[in-house]
Write a protein that binds this ligand. Structure first.
Ligand SMILES: [Zn+2]
Ligand SMILES: [Zn+2]
Ligand SMILES: [Zn+2]
Length: 150
């Protein structure tokens, strides 16, 4: 019988004693922060969630509490009165991260209630459009340095 006493990242094999270069932390047991799914395409279109949130903002509800469900995993949303908390807000806006799949999914695909899913789809699309219309972030910051309203 294999004895699993130490946490080890199942993707890269790092552990507490042998962390990734530059350091890493545990996203969940057996998955380190360096190996969390990344999706450049999503980042280009939707951007990072933190772009939209004021600093120190916290989202209090877990996705599961709002009725979101992983579209791939098969599981009961509530077991013994406790929510299954495998879903987390993705680092990308309009996406949800499944910690079991280690994948980012569009929020609309994680909503079993189709009426709400359509609403979420529209909101996400609108966010992407609004974002595309905006000046790139670094240019925006440059402009803020020199007052030009007057
Ligand atoms: Zn890893
Ligand atoms: Zn690591
Ligand atoms: Zn999943």
């Amino acid at each position: 019988m294999k004895k699993e006493t130490k946490e080890k990242c199942e993707v890269c094999g790092c552990s507490d004693n042998n962390p990734c270069k530059g350091g890493c932390s545990w996203e969940r047991p057996n998955l380190c922060s360096k190996c969390v799914s990344k999706n450049k395409g999503v980042e280009d279109i939707f951007g990072l969630r933190e772009e939209y949130l004021p600093p120190n903002a916290h989202i209090f509800d877990f996705p599961c509490e709002l009725g979101y469900h992983c579209p791939v995993c098969k599981y009961e949303p509530i077991i013994d009165g406790n929510y299954d908390e495998r879903l987390e807000w993705s680092e990308y806006s309009c996406f949800i991260w499944c910690s079991v799949c280690n994948k980012d999914y569009p929020s609309a695909l994680c909503m079993p209630d189709i009426e709400r899913a359509v609403d979420i789809y529209l909101t996400s699309t609108k966010e992407a459009i609004n974002r595309a219309k905006k000046i790139p972030r670094n240019e925006f910051e440059k402009k803020n340095l020199t007052p030009q309203n007057e």
